[in-house]
Ligand binder design. Structure first.
Ligand SMILES: [Zn+2]
Length: 279
């Protein structure tokens, strides 16, 4: 299943606007990439504050196709979401989105006391099949597109509570990024924001050991939604949270002369803006 690289996915009618020279990709610094499923001993979620509010129909959330309507429910929760006088809202279309620079207002995904090291970032080379929704890192000598890292790795100990960076709905990644490969991602929580400054953007929290917010529920920014782990292909790596940000539109990149349109983008500027250790 993981070998398919063409087909159904990401047939998106969203407006695609040229975005400058594309992402500033890091060098080919491949991190450890051990294969095989990792240990998946579940860790009990011990946070009493991690209750999830039930919401509409669990299961199907929104449209299975990317770039369709943003979530309809903008529930008036008392989250510390940005106010109108706060951070600037993220672009609602590819126009105005600058890869590597645009900041999407979000929350830091850990408690401020957690020590975090930034690991491999967006666009670095990754082994494994290239799916239509994956970024590319370049082109091989034979002309094949090489898969790039879709996220950023935040190195923290296994079992670290992960906080929702957005208020929004937990969605099923298998319906949005096809073909989703559980062997690669392991246990994930994907939250589609309904905050006014980031509506429709999705954060994907990957390699968790435990999921605290099932598909279909509404979560509030700062709420514990899982514990970090090494599920998927993270076994053998420095334990980390693989964090992806995905836009509600496709972004046009030019990498080594090749045009690539995906909804993935570099989360680093957005994270640095809220990193409590950088303030
Ligand atoms: Zn990663």
């Amino acid at each position: 299943m993981a070998g398919r690289s063409t087909g159904r996915a990401l047939i998106v009618a969203a407006a695609i606007v040229a975005v400058g020279a594309g992402a500033a990709l890091a060098a080919f610094t491949s991190g450890p990439a051990a294969a095989g499923p990792g240990p998946s001993a579940p860790v009990a979620l011990g946070s009493p504050g991690s209750s999830v509010t039930s919401s509409s129909s669990p299961g199907l959330v929104g449209s299975p196709s990317l770039g369709a309507s943003p979530p309809a429910s903008a529930s008036a929760t008392s989250s510390p979401a940005p106010s109108p006088s706060g951070p600037k809202a993220a672009p609602t279309s590819a126009a105005g989105f600058v890869p590597g620079k645009t900041i999407v207002p979000m929350g830091w995904p850990f408690a401020a006391s957690v020590k975090v090291h930034y690991g491999p970032g967006f666009g670095v080379y990754r082994v494994g099949p290239l799916e239509p929704f994956n970024m590319i890192s370049g082109v091989s000598k034979s002309g094949a597109l090489l898969r790039g890292h879709d996220g950023i790795d935040l190195q923290v100990p296994v079992g670290t509570p992960v906080l929702a960076p957005f208020s929004g709905t937990v969605i099923d990644p298998r319906k949005h990024w096809i073909p989703w490969d559980p062997a690669r991602y392991g246990k994930v929580v994907a939250i589609q924001s309904d905050e006014p400054t980031s509506v429709g953007y999705t954060v994907i929290l990957v390699h968790l050991s435990s999921i605290g917010a099932p598909i279909g529920v509404h979560v509030t920014r700062g709420q514990v939604v899982g514990l970090t782990g090494i599920t998927g292909d993270a076994a053998g790596t420095i334990p980390h949270l693989h964090l992806e940000l995905r836009a509600p539109f496709l972004i046009r990149y030019v990498v080594k002369g090749v045009v690539r349109r995906v909804d993935a983008f570099d989360a680093r500027p957005s994270l640095l803006a809220v990193d409590p250790h950088r303030k």
